[in-house]
Design a protein around this ligand. Structure first.
Ligand SMILES: NC(=O)c1ccc[n+]([C@@H]2O[C@H](COP(=O)([O-])OP(=O)(O)OC[C@H]3O[C@@H](n4cnc5c(N)ncnc54)[C@H](O)[C@@H]3O)[C@@H](O)[C@H]2O)c1
Ligand SMILES: [Zn+2]
Length: 357
């Protein structure tokens, strides 16, 4: 097992990474929090695999857990669902001394974190991510929130977790497509911040030598380093994590959040961001090809399906939080391993690359 510290202004916290960690989850939590009432928030896919067992373990370790299961899928990430969970917690007698554990992918992480942030004005949040995407991305950095009709993640709070437990074994039950989408964020991290990891992923034939544990560990470090520099998304450092996401989010929306998984849309967004980087930041064609090859190697899409309505993507762009006062803050990469924000990208640049996707 490895333990990585994430440093933030609010508090620092540990990310434990290794196989078999769920078996000792009660002891790990006891080191951090006194035995008390807690809510375990999970979804209908994850609960039968892991959350039921975690509930039993916590009970045996002296905690008083209440398991709250929501339907799997992004449609559960709403204010109504957050309110319903809070009501359940109040009924079960949870109070300011209680805490919330999210057991699931990024959806459960964001929803349970939001609940922890607002319940009795804020109680500790523990994350037990069960998707690769949640381990390398959403469980780190404290962004919590819910969706609204107008768009995704529009309501939320930054509420850092108190502990994150990444049990690599939980990834075994993950559908292949859901596992693969996690690599979009990993490749994004490599492109914006870690040329060495990019080379290692590239040289990987069977993704075995670079074990999932090593990959998760490296990516937790990359994300937490960036978050530590700019916890509240103010200096532009954290915004670099949006590489591929401006157009990626628009693609997700254009596909009605059904056609593409988040990571698949991000893969396409990375392709578009690379094309813009060639034009506006001097990224070489050779490096673009290397990025395309790597995304394809991990089974991620690099081209939109035939006859996809491009205009829907352009229409969706206006919902993006990054379009501040109509100005676009766009992340470009001049060279693999580095990225910067550009205010020099126009809607015409975006239109040009989207129509070629
Ligand atoms: N807070 C952040 O910084 C941040 C960053 C990136 C993404 N996100 C959010 O994360 C969400 C996407 O995360 P996700 O891709 O993990 O989606 P998800 O939580 O919806 O999980 C994907 C699917 O896998 C199932 N699942 C999860 N773990 C499983 C397991 N071990 N075995 C079998 N099935 C399992 C889930 O039930 C679901 O059906 C979005 O809501 C996105 O907005 C947040
Ligand atoms: Zn993402």
């Amino acid at each position: 097992m490895t333990s990585t510290e994430v440093r933030t202004g609010e508090h620092s916290y540990r990310v434990l990474i290794g196989p078999g960690l769920l078996e000792t989850v009660g002891d790990a939590i006891k080191e951090k929090l006194a035995p008390s009432k807690c809510a375990i928030v999970s979804d209908t896919n994850v609960a039968p695999h892991f959350a039921n067992a975690i509930e039993k373990i916590l009970h045996a370790t002296g905690f008083e857990p209440t398991l709250i299961t929501v339907p799997a899928g992004e449609q559960s990430k709403t204010l109504e669902q957050a309110g319903a969970i809070c009501e359940r917690m109040l009924l079960a007698g949870l109070d300011r001394q209680s805490f919330v554990i999210g057991v699931g992918g990024g959806m459960v992480g964001d929803l349970s974190g939001f609940v922890a942030a607002i319940f009795e004005r804020g109680v500790p949040h523990l994350q037990i991510p069960t998707t690769l995407l949640a381990m390398v991305d959403s469980s780190i950095g404290g962004k919590t929130g819910v969706n609204t009709i107008a768009g995704k993640n529009l309501l939320g709070v930054i509420h850092q977790p108190s502990l994150v437990i990444d049990d690599i074994d939980v990834l075994k039950t993950l559908p292949r497509r859901v596992l693969r989408q996690g690599f979009a964020e990993i490749i994004k991290h490599a492109v914006i911040a870690d040329a060495k990891m990019f080379r290692e992923l590239k040289n990987e034939t069977a993704s075995d030598t670079l074990s999932l544990q090593t990959i998760v560990q490296r990516n937790v470090e990359i994300k937490s380093n960036i978050v530590a520099k700019d916890e509240f998304d103010r200096t532009g450092e954290r915004a670099l994590l949006n590489f591929g996401h401006t157009i990626g989010h628009a693609i997700e929306r254009a596909g009605n959040y059904e056609q593409f998984l988040h990571g698949e849309a991000v893969s396409l967004g990375i392709i578009a961001a690379c094309a813009i980087s060639v034009k506006k930041a001097g990224l070489s064609i050779v490096e673009v090809k290397a990025i395309v090859d790597l995304l394809q190697r991990f089974g991620l899409p690099t081209k939109l399906p035939d006859h996809f309505p491009h205009q829907r993507i352009l229409d969706a762009l206006k919902f993006d939080k990054k379009f501040e006062q109509g100005q676009i803050r766009f992340v470009v990469t001049p060279k693999i391993g580095s990225a910067n924000l550009s205010r020099d990208i126009t809607m015409d640049d975006i239109r040009e690359v989207v129509t070629k996707l």
